[in-house]
Write a protein that binds this ligand. Sequence first.
Ligand SMILES: Cc1cc2nc3c(=O)[nH]c(=O)nc-3n(C[C@H](O)[C@H](O)[C@H](O)COP(=O)(O)OP(=O)(O)OC[C@H]3O[C@@H](n4cnc5c(N)ncnc54)[C@H](O)[C@@H]3O)c2cc1C
Length: 403
Amino acid sequence: MIDELKQHEPFRRSVRAWLHDNLPSDWQSLMRGASEEEHHAFQKLWFTKMREGGFVAPHWPKAWGGGGMSFAEQIVLYEELARAGAPRLVVYFISLHHVPATLLEWGTEAQRARHLPAILTGDEIWCQGFSEPNAGSDLAALRTKAVREGDHYIVNGQKIWSSHAQHARYCLLLARTDQTAPKHKGISYFILDLETPGVTRKPIKQLTGGTHFSELFFDDVRIPAENLVGGEHNGWAVAQATLASERGLTALEFAERMGVAFGLLLADAKAPTSAGKRLIDDDEIRRLLVGIHTRIMALRVLINEMLTRVLNHQGTGTEPSIIKVYHSELLRDFTSLGVRMGGVHAQYVGEVLMGGGYESGYWMHDYLYSWACTIAGGSNEIQRNIIAERALGLPREPKLALA
Ligand SMILES: Cc1cc2nc3c(=O)[nH]c(=O)nc-3n(C[C@H](O)[C@H](O)[C@H](O)COP(=O)(O)OP(=O)(O)OC[C@H]3O[C@@H](n4cnc5c(N)ncnc54)[C@H](O)[C@@H]3O)c2cc1C
């Protein structure tokens, strides 16, 4: 355990006790095969319970209804949620993380007052409209256009991969407001009400069968000028606040959850099958289990090092990129082992809406979804570029020495 966390043992015990009293037992089984409406209703129920417990927005300032918790307390909370296997508030992720990070740094007082309390009711779901068909890794190449006309902006264009957009009311939108400026300098940041005429949402069906994200089309959509965030043509700077909030404590939570899921897989391996054999007696399975266990331990060490640096106000450097590559590739290999050990039954993708990450109860679903983790939040290739340039000082475009 990180030394700085020891003084928070009483808080840890109180979170554990709260989870013991409030966590719906066997919620994963209830969600298997659930309809989208049922999944949303359950997310809302858990959101409300977490809010009553004081845990839904631990990182928000108290003045805005949050927990005002220290970083150390947040680490303890997320460790306990993960260890208890509590549901992740996937539908509210952007509402709880990206929106406050952006509005608290760049929003007007009126924008904060309108939206932050509304998010905490659990009724206001947000999505992020950044990526476009030809602007993902190179986000600044985006082409959705916003033209000022009186006290409105008129928006035309398209977004893609917008998580939970089909259920969202509001969207954090990037659009080009200056066609002539260098590409990073002609972008503005808006709050878009998705019920405005001219907005069309088209859910995208994924490999897993789910529809986690949507395309968004804008046809002469009118956004009031008061919904501009951080000033005209300043969207690139505002977007950095949004993107920074993606990192948060997600890695810690994922590593803890993977540790729990590994324990279950190991228990399965030790249990006799219907044929009276045990998977653990297979040399190859033993070798793979040891490999995954070792890598989960290494991931925890990497994360603890990063968290210790943050607790000591030393910044993070390139650790988030290293952890992202390491975690997503480990998740892929771990879920692949689950599929292999589960045999023919584990080939079934299942009907689950829970998003990714070894919690659906269907190994094939989680394996297929694990590939998304190598792309979301900046692909692994982009992370490797960051590690190469910033951690190792390698040249951007190495010149090949020709003999
Ligand atoms: C689960 C999930 C959720 C998402 N949610 C959202 C959301 O809510 N809102 C939103 O706006 N977007 C969202 N995205 C989109 C995500 O941000 C983009 O998919 C990501 O930035 C990659 O962009 P792209 O898909 O356009 O791929 P591209 O940028 O076209 O990349 C294609 C391939 O080329 C590689 N590549 C590109 N440039 C380089 C380079 N310079 N060097 C080396 N390799 C390179 C990439 O690694 C990739 O393998 C989500 C994606 C996923 C998977």
